[in-house]
Design a protein around this ligand. Structure first.
Ligand code: NAD
Ligand code: MN
Length: 476
């Protein structure tokens, strides 16, 4: 498989109508390495019209077994070409190769899960009156726009496209301008697997150029978006005109709560990767840590020691844990937060600097004594920065946890079962883990409360979200 560079529209690979391209830069070397087609509004319109034709022309009416067969074939090719996809992901965003491999496999598993779901997705019969029959149908919607960010480009593209296709929709997929390669590769693989022309389109290009045209097109029935809360809000506004369906997976400022009764040593050793993985560019990053005061000092010491051991560097090496940040701009934005922390007198327990002269690297940074009104405590930084604070009282700690406008993810460490249940119920977020940091499971719903989003990805909940529910009553 060679580096993809063209749009996938109407079953063919081609340049943008305008001829425009975007240059991709390898974040680990700062060197340009590819030119990729940059879609314009003409390409968006062509893609949506093709998708509508494909939907009406048969994808929605295909026998479930046939739809499943193509999705399984896609999954198989994803596994066959996994090494290529992992390399594309690494090159475009600097993701360590071992993470990139895991994420490609996750995407393949997502296709398998929804391929298997196709024939097991039922309506209901409902007793409503004497005689007659009332039943529900889960019908496909039409054309779905899937807009994905640059931090987990491939798995997020897969977990939007696969359930939408499985439910009988056609999909226009728009990757972020920094990370088009794995989405375009998915287009190539879908094509090779025999997905009919027009069922999936992949439009690389910038959101500011094509976002509005995509979101407001009258044939788009649903917009499934993952990205910043700011753009999500705009999409929801634009979608309101036609009451288009939206699902939004947005920002986060997730807590990691450690009680003194927990195996806090294990928590301290495993927690650095809960915030620093993907160089902190993770919507689920546990970027606010609450540690019960009696273990605060030894916890911080252990946490900082574990952080210092993280291997930050060349993403091509299998042992690398943290690669560079995605771009110079993203690093500059995080460095502004660090400057603010310095100005406000926070303590840097480790990090804060650039570990390598070349590449957009930033050290994993541990902040202590961060004020509750400071930007580093309140805002999503989207970089390798954590703020740790001690707490004394469970109820007061929970008030502070829930004071955030976000509510995506979080971890709770305790060996007290009652407390685990009580705190799980109390934390206002869509995803939680107890004595673990794992947030994403193919089979389980994933998404946020409050400004972290609307609707859910993954699991059967996501598949429902790509259907309209119809009720039919037939008189006897
Ligand atoms: P972003 O909002 O800048 O961009 C996301 C996508 O939207 C990109 O494809 C971009 O091109 C597109 N876009 C930009 N302007 C648009 C417009 N006007 N209309 C339509 N689309 C437009 O986000 P990002 O910088 O790529 O990613 C970082 C953000 O994503 C963080 O806030 C992070 O928390 C969030 N995120 C959330 C989840 C989740 O599941 N909740 C997962 C990953 C990332
Ligand atoms: Mn952005």
């Amino acid at each position: 498989m060679t580096l993809p560079s063209q749009l996938y529209v109407d079953g063919a690979f081609r340049a943008a109508k305008s001829g425009r391209t975007t240059t991709l830069i390898n974040p680990a070397t700062e060197q340009p390495f590819a030119e990729v087609a940059a879609a314009g509004v003409e390409d968006v319109n062509a893609a949506i019209e093709s998708a509508q034709r494909a939907w009406e022309g048969g994808w929605r009416d295909l026998a479930p077994g046939k739809r499943a067969e193509v999705l399984f074939a896609i999954a198989r090719l994803l596994r066959d070409y996994a090494e290529h996809l992992a390399e594309f992901e690494m090159l475009q965003i600097g993701k360590p190769i071992s993470d990139a491999r895991d994420e490609v496999m996750l995407g393949a598993r997502v296709f398998e899960y929804y391929a298997g779901a196709v024939g097991k997705f039922y309506g209901q019969t409902i007793p409503v009156a004497r005689g007659g029959l009332d039943f529900t149908l889960r019908q496909s919607m039409g054309v779905v726009a899937a807009i994905v960010p640059w931090n987990f480009p491939f798995p997020i593209a897969a977990w939007k496209a696969a359930p939408a296709l499985a439910a009988g929709n056609c999909v226009v997929l728009k990757p972020a301008s920094l990370s088009p390669l794995t989405a375009l590769a998915l287009g190539q693989i879908a094509h090779a697997a025999g997905l009919p022309s027009g069922v999936l389109q992949v439009l690389s290009g910038s959101g500011s150029a094509v976002g509005d045209a995509l979101v407001t097109h009258p044939l788009i029935r649903k917009v499934s978006f993952t990205g910043s809360t700011e753009i999500g809000r705009r999409i929801m506004e634009l979608a309101s005109r036609d009451i288009k369906r939206v699902s939004l997976e947005l920002g986060g400022k997730s807590p990691n709560i450690v009680f003194a009764d927990a195996d806090w040593q294990r928590a301290a050793e495993s927690s650095p990767m809960s915030v620093f993985a993907n160089t902190g560019q993770d919507c689920c990053a546990r970027s606010r840590m609450f540690v019960e005061r009696s273990v605060y000092e030894p916890f911080v010491e252990k946490f900082v020691a574990a952080t210092k051991k993280l291997i930050v560097g060349d993403p091509t090496k299998a042992e690398t844990q943290l690669g560079p940040m995605v771009s110079a701009g993203q690093r500059a934005s995080v460095e502004e937060y660090l400057a603010d922390a310095r100005k406000r007198g926070s303590k840097f327990a480790t990090g804060g600097g650039r570990p390598h002269p070349q590449g957009f690297y930033l050290e994993p940074t541990v902040l202590l004594d961060v004020g509750k009104e400071d930007r580093c405590w309140r805002e999503e930084i989207f970089g390798p920065v954590v703020a740790i604070t001690p707490f004394d009282d469970e109820a007061a700690m929970l008030r502070e946890v829930n004071a955030s406008p976000y509510g995506l993810s979080g971890s709770i460490w305790t060996n007290n079962l009652s407390r685990a249940l009580r705190v799980s119920r109390a934390v206002q977020s869509g995803v939680l883990s107890v004595n673990s940091h794992s947030s994403v499971h193919v089979e389980a719903p994933f998404g946020g409360f409050k400004t972290s989003g609307l609707g859910r990805d993954l699991g059967m909940t996501a598949m429902e979200g790509y259907t309209e529910l119809k009720n039919v009553y037939v008189a006897e």
